[in-house]
Design a protein around this ligand. Structure first.
Ligand code: HEC
Ligand SMILES: [Cu+2]
Length: 310
């Protein structure tokens, strides 16, 4: 398959699972298509007008036959459905021990931030044999993160976080494409994923140009933007204490609750009025336009870190 350029390399654990479904579906289609075509041709020749074959006792109805050709395909379809549903569930459930990497798509590039501070453009370095989870957002329009060799593709939307996970199995460089038309230079919104031995990945991470980690950068933004003046560590601040909130449910003004996840934190920063925490006045200003999506990801990483070990 490697030399057959219509077919991308299989370089993730997902690739083999998805290709298996693909080949079984193609195989079944070929079997049925060929079977029916052969029957049409054979009967067409055998029973053409000029032949003298036995035409007595034509079969008019057969319960057995009709049952068989309804029930067998039904079982096959349900089998494929169940199998695909398992794979689909697997694709959409990132393992909890996955390495988290943040991705921001914008016209026309991919910005990547590693938790320990390394940032890169249109390149994504990942370790092999380890699940990697991407937390993605867009600065402008809809993009789509597509790595054919891993058989993963996920839309990247403005105003929302989407996630995607994979586990690379082979060291190498793989194409990264934007698979959603996003403007003039969409076709140039490409990059590469570089899968490395875990040890090489660690070396690369700790190599030069690292700077501050995402949590450190978030903590700095938290100070620089005056968040700390309302969100103080203890009780009695004008805003809620942000320690330990990640993953919990908060009560909202006007009833209802919200789960504190990445999307909730992002919304709290860009549209503080959308969900107001019970017991607080809606005085928090919006940071839409003053803090970039990349900055919000750093703040989210920082606020998440305030809940670690709790
Ligand atoms: C003027 C005071 C003020 C400033 C400045 C401020 N906030 Fe807030 N913040 C609040 C208040 C009040 C609430 C609760 C009401 C609400 O949800 O809007 C809140 C809510 C939040 C929440 C939701 C908390 C929860 O318990 O669910 C987050 C997250 C948050 N702020 C983050 C930030 C960040 C990050 C900054 C700086 C970029 C910031 N805030 C700046 C006052 C402030
Ligand atoms: Cu794009």
């Amino acid at each position: 398959m490697e030399n057959f350029s219509f077919f991308p390399e299989q370089a993730s654990t997902m690739a083999t699972q998805i290709d298996a479904i693909y080949f079984v579906l193609v195989g079944l289609s070929v079997i049925f298509a060929v079977g029916i075509a052969v029957a049409v041709i054979v009967f067409g020749i055998r029973y053409r007008k000029s032949t003298s074959v036995d035409r007595s006792n034509p079969l008019h109805e057969s319960m057995k036959l009709e049952f068989a050709w309804s029930f067998i395909p039904f079982l096959m379809a349900m089998g494929i459905f169940t199998w695909s549903a398992f794979v689909y569930y697997n694709i959409n459930t990132p393992p909890t021990d996955a390495v988290e990497i943040y991705v921001v798509g914008k016209q026309w590039m991919w910005q990547i931030q590693h938790p320990l501070g390394k940032a890169e453009l249109n390149e994504l370095h990942v370790p092999i044999n380890q699940p990697v989870k991407l937390i993605m957002s867009s600065q402008d329009v809809i993009h789509s993160f597509f790595v054919p060799a891993f058989r993963v593709k996920q839309d990247v939307l403005p105003g929302r976080y989407t996630t995607l996970w994979f586990e690379a199995t082979k060291v190498g460089e793989y194409h990264l494409f934007c698979a959603e038309y996003c403007g003039t230079e969409h076709s140039k919104m490409t990059g590469k994923v570089i899968a490395m031995e875990p040890q090489d990945y660690q070396n690369w991470l700790s190599g030069g140009g690292g700077g501050e980690s995402m949590v450190e950068a978030g903590a700095r933004l938290f100070q620089d933007n005056g968040c700390a003046s309302c969100h103080i560590d203890g009780e009695g601040g004008r805003g809620p204490n942000l320690h330990g909130i990640f993953g919990t449910e908060v009560a909202l003004e006007g009833g209802g609750t919200a789960v504190v996840d990445e999307a909730y934190l992002r919304e709290s920063i860009y549209e503080p009025g959308a969900k107001v925490v019970a017991g607080y006045a809606p005085i928090m200003p919006s940071y839409q336009g003053s803090i970039s999506e990349g900055g919000v990801l750093q703040l989210v990483a920082y606020i998440k870190s305030l809940s670690e070990g709790q």
